[in-house]
Write a protein that binds this ligand. Sequence first.
Ligand code: G3P
Ligand code: CA
Length: 336
Amino acid sequence: MQLYDLRVIAYRWSTILVLLLSLLAADLEAQSDRPLVIAHRGASGYLPEHTLEGYALAIRMGADYIEPDLVLSKDGVLIARHDHYLSTSTDVASHAEFSGRKKTIGDREDWYTEDFTLAEIKTLRAIQAFRGRSKEHDGKYGIPTFQQVIDLVKRESAAGGRSVGLYPETKQPAYFKSKGFDVAGTLLDILRRNNLTSGVAPVYIQSFEADILKELAEKTDLPLVQLVTPDRNAAGKTDRTRSNISLEELSTYAEVVAPTKALLVAENGTATTFVERAHQLGLRVHVWTFRNDAYPTELFGSGEEEQIFFLKLGIDALFTDFPDTGVAVRNRLFPR
Ligand code: G3P
Ligand code: CA
């Protein structure tokens, strides 16, 4: 067969795949009137976070979206890690060849992704990062690039007949920008190359940092998500009644506000007005993070009970380390 024929066949197949994924994306959009379940760092309650195996398990558990946190390697490749330091989620400390690569940033002496090429990152293995969880899978799985995560999601969506979405978070974008990386450009480039930049693609982009979201708002129609935490009062004490960025301010560039749970429930366990205020501004509310093995035991009898409470407040999505529980609770409260 001629090279030209092979190219035509490859082009036709890629067109069919894009069409199929668009149909599946429309299906996900149609379901979005019920709260979404976002697999936080994969099925991280069961397998080491940010591994292809953990994301695949989350998809098999029925998660609507998987959540890769993203940092950059020395050669500018987006990789899935929660932190740009490596010691807590990889076995870097046991690699003698990298012992001289340790450095101190602030009060943290560690190994940092921006000092490792992708080829070097690929020699590391993931370990359990969450205290108290099983370490039986330490050393089994590699560190995925964002492209590998996208490939997995496309493959699983096509094989499973349902659209699974991507919910990437840029970690420390201002820091990486200060080191000369174009974080927004790199992220949009890879999404563009994968036909994931249209407003109907099943993709949300999140950050704690407003600057990169404002930059992205100028460059993409994808929905943007501002992560928020409780503000602090003049005495430096946590104030659960206000977010660190006001809802009015963030509604000018983001479609979604993603608060930590504390903003929705007062210390005595009663609901705050957060959801109502956000909805009045046209914002959707995606709440983090629900964990079967870590929840406020003074307020709830189980992680499941906690999720029921929050879903009944009218939230639009929840991030959970245990997607099977999230999906079961959501489906029970919001049957199709
Ligand atoms: O992105 C939602 C939630 O993941 C924010 O917290 O620290 O787990 O990325 P973190
Ligand atoms: Ca995150």
